[in-house]
Design a protein around this ligand. Structure first.
Ligand code: PLP
Length: 396
């Protein structure tokens, strides 16, 4: 018999979509997989050099639970530059990816029954972790406001139980980037109603012209002592497997996180920590530029192919590396022809009819959207999106 708590653990929907794509490919079908939450890329040279140097130095021991002091100092420097405020090492915890930073934040902040405002569509881990920590997710619809929450909706959802607001910009899955006005408004709401902000900026390296990513702390410095910044190198350096992320926030929260982490995973992998320290000390501008160019090129190729869609509006794709398609019109059209379809049906049909794997919006709390990753090889992306466009247009 499992603990009652185990009923709360539902495997991530994005992982399920990846598994379905792999199973279809394993059965011999020609599948183009647009489900990945990562960028196909070579390893960053600075990371490779830093890791090899650490191995050659025979490093094999535990580090400080929340990361090497030098790495926390370097990250404090990074966060200081990004927020235009000074940060110190005791305000930083290095974690095994941003996912652990978010989990630590949920466990440190939420008491049973606390509510967390989460704009929807949402990355599926936000509500899952809130629930595991005993909290209650409260979703704020953003479909009718270009996937950015309206302040009136956020304010109306605040109750005496509300503890935190999740702000994820650039957004997974929608690709929306919150502008300064929105960030300032959310910050003011948090101050007025005494709330925490969990600020996930994992896709901040990919803001597409003319959009700019802003840290909420740089926009509204007064919100700093109630903000937990979550970031990682998984997306920005195409380093998902290395599992290095961080949490930046007030020192008492970081101490609680340190105690928690000391009983869960201890320190993040020592070699990966040294590799990222080397990256932060030496920089790798050529690699970063090339990665950003690769993503920008994939985005413009994708947008030009998707412009041929007849019943689906052009996705905004302001940041990150996802196209989020709005299926509302397609669903209406199917409805007029006597068919009732949701995003899962569209994803299944695309997999079966076109050999293209995508992620259903139902995973993100939205039955009228699908997410396509453009972090993949350009030729495959080209083929995959052409197949998808033909298939969706045929439903017209
Ligand atoms: N935050 C968001 C919004 C994400 O989409 C992801 C991964 O997809 C993460 C955090 C987790 O990143 P990491 O691989 O660093 O744990």
């Amino acid at each position: 018999m499992l603990a009652q708590r185990a009923a709360l653990f539902k495997s991530s929907g994005t992982a399920a979509a990846r598994i379905a794509a792999k199973a279809a490919a394993a059965s011999g079908r020609d599948i183009i997989d647009l489900t990945a939450g990562e960028i196909w890329s070579e390893l960053a040279p600075s990371v490779r050099v830093g890791a090899i140097a650490a191995i050659n130095r025979n490093l094999n021991r535990y580090t400080d639970t929340v990361g090497l002091l030098k790495l926390r100092q370097a990250l404090a420097g990074k966060v200081s530059a990004e927020t235009a405020q000074p940060w110190s090492a005791d305000e930083i915890a290095v974690t095994s990816g941003a996912k652990q930073a978010l989990f630590n934040a949920a466990m440190a902040l939420l008491s049973p029954g606390d509510e967390v405002l989460i704009p929807a569509p949402y990355w599926t881990t936000f509500p899952a972790q809130a629930v595991i920590a005993g909290g209650t997710p409260v979703f704020i619809e953003t479909r009718n406001s270009n996937y950015v929450p309206r302040l009136v909706d956020l304010a109306a959802a605040v109750t005496s139980k509300t503890k935190a607001i999740v702000v994820n910009t650039p957004n997974n899955p929608t690709g929306a980037i919150y502008d300064r006005g929105t960030l300032a408004g959310i910050a003011q709401l948090a101050i007025d109603r005494d709330l925490w902000i969990i600020f996930d900026e994992c896709y901040g390296a990919f803001a597409h012209d003319p959009h700019t990513h802003h840290s909420i702390v740089s926009v509204a410095p007064g919100v700093r002592d109630r903000t937990l910044i979550v970031n990682s190198f998984s997306k920005s350096l195409a380093l998902t497997g290395w599992r290095i992320g961080y949490l930046a926030g007030p020192a008492p929260v970081i101490s609680a996180v340190k105690a928690l982490q000391s009983h869960t995973t201890s320190n993040p992998n020592v070699i990966a920590q040294h590799a990222l320290l080397h990256f932060l000390e030496r920089g790798d501008p050529a690699f970063q530029l090339q990665l950003r160019r690769q993503v920008a090129k994939a985005r413009s190729l994708g947008l030009s192919i998707l412009s041929a869609l007849t019943l689906v509006p052009r996705p905004a794709a302001q940041g990150g590396f996802y196209f989020y398609l709005d299926l509302t019109e397609l669903q209406r059209c199917a409805n007029r022809n006597g068919r009732d379809i949701n995003a899962d049906d569209v994803v299944n049909a695309l997999l079966m009819e076109a050999g293209v794997a995508t992620v259903s919006g139902t995973t993100f709390g939205d039955p009228a959207g699908i997410r396509l990753s453009y972090g993949i090889d350009l030729e495959l992306l080209d083929q995959g999106l052409r197949r998808l466009t033909v298939a969706l247009n045929a439903w017209n």
